[in-house]
Design a protein around this ligand. Structure first.
Ligand SMILES: Nc1nc2c(ncn2[C@@H]2O[C@H](COP(=O)(O)OP(=O)(O)O)[C@@H](O)[C@H]2O)c(=O)[nH]1
Ligand SMILES: [Mg+2]
Length: 458
């Protein structure tokens, strides 16, 4: 496996968390530490590691998710952060069969261009294209023979002219020749260049200009770790870089650094090189890659599970609400959920027909941030039992939160109305009466409440 040691460490961290009976602050901190250690040892940039883990920590601690689903949720967070770090998937290259298509490979000496040209030739040939390769490397002795040898193994035609000194002439003439022979995808190898070598960089720009490639791919040595960034930046300034191929990810401990560094540029990673052999090339897909790294094979399934859980009300809260025991914090959480698209499957949103929730919804949209401030100025006792909030307490809360009396009153009103509504519902249920008798209740809502009552065995 590519990035074996990083993968092993990440998987261990996840497994350790999964074994814990509950996910509290300490558990999240321990996970964060494990992740940081794993990523840093893979040469991922320190700032990036902290940014990633901060996000995981914040989201992991803040979420009001059901306890049972918290582990999955956190794995999803880790997964999402890693994918973010590895960049998105590049748009597919547009290759028109039967027409002129050119891919130009650039990069510094020894990064693996020539090897990768042969690998790509095999890859695209298997897609049904008529592939040929062209070498324009007039610098390295035996460059032509090297590519010829590689492509001979796989029955691919190699164009070039070892006697010609001008790389540009080779590019122009050999391309013409190959197209005349009916090849429709030409993979063009170039001489390795150091980013400081002006002459070589200019030669590359000229080749790009005359060949008008479908895409310029930069080949970067994965053993460079995070230093790959400077190289990718330099090349993206000099050419119209389309994508990046990170090579030698087999057996380097610094692969995480190289991948994240390349992803931080404007071009995304299209392939990775995973060995010296011609078949050691993989199309790079961040989602699959991270799934494998974390040892969570069916990451899509996990994501779906978490999304479902996020959209389903917490049974504890439902019970509290239906018994009229819900607190101001519960109200706040419910109202906050209103504002999240896709979270409408909670109790309040099901009450679309009722008058009270509509008003609540409007209030929530207008005032939710302020309600948060107000709540933060209340004691735990006040939040649990808002009845005790009389004039002097209100005064204190108003000053403490810098909020007008009217906002506090409105919040308490909404709370009381909500509570009353819940109480009515429970009384009707006890009497065995139809829920439709309740004010502000429509049929759909009544059906939902009845089902809820059954589900929660009330
Ligand atoms: N282990 C490993 N070696 C590679 C990979 N890609 C290229 N190499 C080796 O890197 C060295 C330089 O490759 P070459 O294609 O000549 O680089 P160029 O100078 O950019 O054309 C050769 O020994 C290759 O076998 C890879 O993905 N994994
Ligand atoms: Mg070469």
């Amino acid at each position: 496996m590519v990035l074996e040691s990083l993968g092993r460490k990440l998987e261990q961290a996840i497994r350790r968390m999964r074994r814990l009976p509950k996910i509290d602050k300490d558990a999240i901190n321990a996970l964060i530490q494990d992740l940081q250690r794993a990523l840093l040892s893979s040469d991922v940039k320190v700032e990036l590691v902290f940014e990633m883990t901060e996000n995981i920590k914040k989201e992991g601690m803040n979420t009001e998710l059901q306890r049972a689903k918290r582990k999955d949720f956190i794995i999803k967070l880790v997964h999402d952060e890693l994918i973010d770090t590895l960049g998105g998937k590049p748009a597919p290259i547009r290759i028109k069969p039967g027409k002129k298509n050119v891919i130009l490979l650039v990069g510094i000496q020894g990064s693996g261009k020539t090897t990768t040209v042969a690998k790509l030739a095999k890859y695209y040939q298997s897609k049904g294209l008529k592939v040929a390769v062209i070498t324009t490397d007039t610098w390295r002795p035996g460059a032509y023979e090297q590519l010829q040898q590689l492509t001979d193994q796989i029955g691919i035609k190699c164009f070039g002219n070892p006697k010609e000194q001008s790389a540009l002439k080779i590019a122009v003439n050999q391309t013409k020749k190959a197209l005349n022979k009916g090849y429709d995808l030409l993979l063009v190898d170039t001489a390795g260049r150091h980013k400081e070598e002006k002459e070589l960089m200019e030669e590359m720009q000229k080749i790009e200009k005359v060949l008008k490639p479908n895409e310029v791919m930069l080949v970067v040595d994965g053993t460079l770790g995070q230093q790959a960034y400077a190289q990718a930046e330099e090349f993206s300034k000099a050419t119209n870089l389309g994508s990046i191929i990170v090579t030698k990810l087999d057996g380097t401990a610094k692969g995480g650094g190289a991948l994240s560094a390349c992803a931080a540029t404007n071009a995304s990673i299209r392939f990775i090189g995973t060995g010296e052999k011609i078949e050691d090339l993989e199309l790079f897909n961040p989602t699959d890659f991270v799934g494998t790294l974390l040892g969570v094979p069916n990451i899509e399934g996990l994501i779906e599970k978490v999304q479902q859980a996020e959209a389903t009300p917490d049974p504890e809260m439902v019970k509290r609400m239906l018994y009229g025991k819900f607190t101001l914090e519960d109200l706040y959480e419910q109202l906050k959920a209103f504002r999240k698209v896709g979270k409408f499957r909670n109790i309040l949103s099901m009450m679309g027909g009722g008058n009270i929730p509509e008003a609540l919804k409007e209030d929530a949209e207008k005032n939710i941030e302020r309600w948060r401030v107000v709540l933060d100025s209340m004691t735990a006792l006040e939040k649990e039992n808002p009845k005790i909030i009389k004039k002097s307490r209100k005064h204190r809360i108003s000053i403490g939160s810098g909020t007008d009396y009217s906002i506090i009153n409105r919040m308490l009103d909404q709370y009381n109305q909500m509570k009353k509504m819940m109480k009515q519902f429970m009384q009707l249920r006890k009497k065995g009466k139809g829920i439709g008798a309740m004010p502000g209740m429509n049929k759909q809502m009544a059906q939902f409440m009845n089902r809820l009552g059954k589900d929660f065995k009330l």
